[in-house]
Design a binder for this molecule. Structure first.
Ligand SMILES: Cc1ncsc1CCOP(=O)(O)O
Ligand SMILES: C=C1C=NC(C(F)(F)F)=NC1=N
Length: 210
C-alpha cells in the first residue's frame, strides 16, 4: 500500500451500523474512503460462517472499488478472503507469527501507543501503525485513556517515518489536528458508519483531509 491509501481509513463491522453493511460500505466508498478494514468484533458481532460470508461480500465491494481490504485480527480469515492486509492489535497474534503465515505481499498493521511499542513493531516488519485512541470513543468497549494527537507527534519526533493513522473518536472537527500531528491518515468507525448519510459523512471528512 502507498501512503496516500491511508488518508481516510474506514473500519466497520455489522455491529457498527444499523444499515445493511454492504450498503454502508458502498456509500462510504462513494463518499471517498481510501481503505477499508473489516472488523467484526464485540457485542452482536457475526461469527463463523456468517462472518466469513459477510467478509466475502465486503471484500468484493473493495476489489470492485479498487481500495485495499484489510481484516482485523483474524489471520485465517484474511488468508481465506485474499485480503490485501491484516491489522493486529497489541493483544493479538504476535507480528512475527503473522508474517510467517502471510504472503509477503500482505500489508500488516499494528496498534501502537508508545515509542517502544512502535519501534518494536517497525523492527518486526509492520507496514503501518494505528495510534490511539486519539479522543474519547464509545465504539471500542475496552478503549484505553485517549492519548491525543500528541502521541503521533512524539512518534514522529522520535524519528519514525512509517505510515501512521490516528484512530479513536475522530470526526470532521478534530481530523485536521491528527494530520497536523504527522499522521498519514485518519481511521474512523462511527463518524461514518453511524451517519444518516454515510456518503456525505465520508465526503465531508475527505474535504477536511484533502
Ligand atoms: C478500534 C479502535 N481502536 C482504538 S479506538 C477504536 C474505535 C474507533 O471507533 P470510532 O472511530 O467510532 O471512535
Ligand atoms: C485497534 C485498531 C487500531 N488501529 C487500527 C488502524 F486504524 F487500522 F490502524 N485498527 C484497529 N483495529
Amino acid at each position: 500500500m502507498n501512503k496516500e491509501q491511508y488518508l481516510l481509513y474506514f473500519i466497520m463491522g455489522s455491529n457498527n451500523t444499523d444499515k445493511n453493511p454492504e450498503d454502508a460500505l458502498h456509500e462510504a466508498v462513494k463518499g471517498g474512503v481510501t481503505c477499508f478494514q473489516f472488523r467484526e468484533k464485540g457485542q452482536d458481532a457475526a461469527e463463523g460462517t456468517a462472518k466469513k460470508e459477510l467478509g466475502g461480500r465486503l471484500r468484493k465491494i473493495c476489489r470492485k472499488a479498487g481500495i485495499p481490504f484489510i481484516v482485523n485480527d483474524d489471520v485465517d480469515l484474511a488468508m481465506e478472503l485474499e485480503a490485501d492486509g491484516i491489522h493486529a492489535g497489541q493483544e493479538d497474534t504476535p507480528l512475527v507469527d503473522i508474517k510467517k503465515q502471510c504472503p509477503s505481499s500482505m500489508t500488516v498493521g499494528v496498534s501502537a501507543k508508545t515509542v517502544d511499542e512502535a519501534e518494536q513493531a517497525v523492527q518486526d516488519g509492520a507496514d503501518y501503525l494505528g495510534v490511539g485512541p486519539m479522543f474519547a470513543t464509545s465504539t471500542k468497549e475496552d478503549a484505553e485513556t485517549p492519548v491525543g494527537p500528541g502521541a503521533i507527534r512524539m512518534l514522529r519526533e522520535s524519528g519514525l517515518s512509517i505510515p501512521i493513522v490516528g484512530i479513536g473518536g475522530i470526526d470532521t472537527d478534530n481530523a485536521e489536528s491528527v494530520m497536523e500531528a504527522g499522521a498519514d491518515g485518519v481511521s474512523v468507525i462511527s463518524a461514518v458508519s453511524r451517519a444518516d448519510d454515510i456518503q456525505q459523512a465520508a465526503g465531508k471528512l475527505r474535504e477536511v483531509l484533502r
